[in-house]
Design a protein around this ligand. Structure first.
Ligand code: FAD
Length: 483
């Protein structure tokens, strides 16, 4: 058989026809996409809409197949980009510009392997879509609490690889906190079965945490044991209008003192975000009669049947009104009203995306400093970019704000982006000075590598490189991402 070397846009790659045949033999025709039209969706970066190229997209159906594909690629020195739902926002799930890397999509591995209600655990394959994982838990009368706007298409493997956050972190933690065990395939194809469903296990290093948040650079996650929780029996959402970000922050402290673990979400929304949603998303409307500067979308939950959350919230709001901390509030009376409030929040990223040009920052500071950050960050933007319209929103209860901006009017086009790098530097410097993180949820991918070098110490970077080299000495797993 002749062995043809695949020509990538940047020259010859290590992918040969022999390798492609061996992969095809492993995963079958169904698991091997070679036509540009079939591959396009896997090669398109969600954030920039740029389409990359690759010799093939491989879609294994079992852990054994993932193992064999990685063994073959390891032997041939071919870079492999693990991919979940491809909803990531930092160019981490698409190949680099060389055109020589292959994409390994987990989309055919979506089975529930075990649901154990008495142990409150769910074992699923990595390609399971987050919404399906939530549904499987719900059908069993339990809750899997990870929730984010991309949940209809992101996968649990991608959620763990990015240590996703979302709207319920204040109550249940990040993805990392929701996992008991992991099965992962190493760069040379060896399978590590760490699918232990244990609440306690101090037998040496906790290896699963190496793979969580490592963005596909240390191994391919193929299955996970997730923690389930009692389903809330009572739930209540409210949109609360406040005069300033500082009032929102003070209201957060009041809620935490009064409601503690009954708070399942505390989302901050600047008025500009709602205006943008009204402009860009047909059918959306203001739930309050008057216009206010800032809002909090609050959700309370209790797994104890009969808990009168409405009474709790009304008392809380009365006290907050008396303290002149809140200006108005609407409490959802029905599930439809609650969904409508949450839709407004979830439409913000989409409305921003529709505007085309945007400058975004996904930052975190200690919760107590969030109002300081919003005030100082806004002053920076007003000074450096007067034609920017700030669109800040996000998980205030976790100290995490999506500090985004769009052009005041759409006509600014590309010139709006000219000061982007100076603004980014100023915002990240502020965050750094406040002891915060320049990437709270979205990770590093291919987009924020230079920021990692700028804001993490040489010791921390050295430790990261040491881990990468130990687990992937040939650098075939998502090469060029994170480090
Ligand atoms: C509208 C919208 C809202 C969002 N909201 C949030 C939010 O609230 N909180 C938040 O944290 N993120 C949010 N995100 C970002 C994104 O949805 C999350 O990062 C999500 O967890 C990515 O999952 P995915 O399956 O799409 O992964 P992908 O985008 O496919 O991949 C992400 C990274 O993980 C790696 N990877 C994927 N699967 C595996 C695997 N099985 N094994 C090893 N590596 C793998 C990839 O190589 C890549 O580096 C949002 C995105 C959108 C579009």
């Amino acid at each position: 058989m002749t062995n043809t070397t695949f020509k990538s846009p940047s020259g010859a790659s290590n992918v040969t026809s022999v390798l492609i045949d061996a992969i095809r033999k492993t995963v079958g025709n169904k698991g091997c996409l070679l036509e540009p039209d079939d591959m396009a969706v896997y090669l398109t970066d969600r954030r920039s809409a740029l389409v990359r190229s690759a010799p093939l997209v491989v879609r294994p159906a079992t852990t054994q197949e993932v193992s064999e594909v990685l063994r073959l690629c390891h032997e041939a020195n071919v870079g492999v980009v693990p991919q979940g739902g491809n909803t990531g926002l930092v160019e981490g799930s698409v190949p680099d510009i060389s055109g020589g890397q292959i994409v390994l999509s987990l989309s055919r591995m979506r089975s529930v392997r075990e649901l154990d209600v008495s142990n409150a655990t769910l074992t699923v394959e990595a390609g399971a879509v987050l919404a399906d994982v939530q549904r499987a838990a719900d059908d069993a009368g339990m809750l899997f609490p990870l929730s984010l706007a991309a949940e209809g298409s992101c996968q649990i493997g991608g959620n763990l690889s990015t240590n996703a956050g979302g709207t319920a972190v204040i109550r249940y933690g990040n993805a990392r906190d929701l996992v008991l065990g992991i099965e992962a395939v190493l760069s040379d194809g060896r399978i590590w079965n760490g699918l232990r469903a244990l609440r306690k296990d101090n037998t040496g290093y906790d290896l699963k945490h190496l793979f969580i948040g490592s963005e596909g650079t240390l191994g391919v996650i193929t299955a996970v044991v997730l923690k389930l929780f009692p389903k809330p029996q009572e739930q209540l959402s409210a949109l609360v209008a406040v005069a300033s970000a500082r009032d929102a922050s003070n209201f957060l402290s009041r809620c935490q003192r009064a409601c503690g673990e009954n708070i399942s979400s505390f989302e901050y929304i600047h008025r500009n975000c709602l205006e943008l949603v009204f402009e860009k998303i047909p059918g959306s409307r203001d739930p309050l009669d008057e216009v206010y500067g800032h809002y909090v979308l609050l959700e309370l939950g209790s797994s104890t049947p009969g808990t009168d959350l409405r009474a709790v919230l009304e008392t809380l709001l009365e006290e907050a009104f008396a303290a002149e901390e809140v200006e108005n509030a609407t409490i959802a009376a029905t599930i439809e009203q609650s969904n409508a409030l949450w839709k407004l929040r979830e439409d913000i990223p989409e409305a921003t995306r529709i505007t085309g040009t945007r400058i975004g920052h996904d930052v975190a500071v200690p919760v107590a400093l969030i109002a300081d950050f919003l005030e100082r960050g806004s002053a920076i933007v007003e000074r450096m970019h007067p034609s920017a319209r700030l669109i800040p929103f996000g998980h205030m209860g976790d100290g995490n704000i999506h500090f985004n901006m769009v052009a005041v009017d759409d006509a600014h086009g590309a010139s709006f982006l000219e000061p982007e790098s100076e603004i980014r530097r100023a915002i990240y410097d502020l965050v750094h000075e406040m002891g915060g993180s320049f990437s709270a949820e979205h990770g590093i991918g291919g987009l924020k590598k230079s920021d990692l070098v700028a804001y993490r110490s040489p010791v921390e970077l050295d430790l990261m490189r040491t881990l990468k080299h130990a687990l992937d000495p040939k650098n075939i797993l998502n090469p060029g991402k994170v480090l």
